[in-house]
Design a protein around this ligand. Structure first.
Ligand code: MG
Ligand code: FE
Length: 169
């Protein structure tokens, strides 16, 4: 068995690992993008938000007496590295990357929804407030990606059928 506070601390550690993975994924995508400036700009904006989220979660962890350097963090970094390498081999990496980004943002939305409920149950109003600050940023990024997938697809298809243009990134 475990108290709500103990579960909350575990989930905060998971969230910290998730945000480190998010940063790695977003940086890898941004660094490779050349022909899709709107997507790159939105990703760069979310990298800055992600750094702020990491700081908020770290503050929660240190307030609750937990460290953020766990094995899970290391696993997350390795997974992100694998994904970044994998993406570069695909001829449609911009599309696969945007799709993966949308999935990732929705995992983040689910995670912060759980954390908010757990923080409420644990009576931890500061953790609740931190997660309520982060959640709308993830929702906005998910919405932006979904809204822009059609125009991104059109841009990719147009470049893809032109022999003089590179489409993949
Ligand atoms: Mg995030
Ligand atoms: Fe995010």
């Amino acid at each position: 068995m475990a108290t709500p506070q103990e579960n909350l601390l575990d989930w905060l550690r998971d969230a910290h690992a998730m945000e480190q993975q998010a940063e790695k994924m977003l940086r890898a995508q941004s660094e490779r993008l050349e022909h899709y400036p709107k997507l790159k700009t939105r990703i760069d904006f979310h990298i800055q938000e992600t750094l702020g989220q990491q700081k908020l979660i770290e503050e929660c962890l240190s307030r609750l007496g937990g460290s953020s350097s766990t094995i899970k963090d290391i696993t997350g970094k390795l997974m992100a590295f694998g994904q970044a390498v994998g993406g570069s081999l695909m001829s449609d990496e911009v599309i696969k990357g945007a799709m993966a980004g949308y999935v990732f943002e929705n995992v983040e939305i689910a995670s912060y929804t759980v954390l908010i409920a757990a923080a409420k149950a644990a009576g931890d109003t500061l953790t609740q407030a931190a997660c309520e600050e982060i959640l709308p940023q993830e929702q906005a990024m998910a919405e932006w990606l979904l809204e822009h997938l059609p125009e991104l697809t059109q841009a990719f298809l147009a470049r893809s059928e032109d022999p003089n243009l590179e489409a993949k990134k």
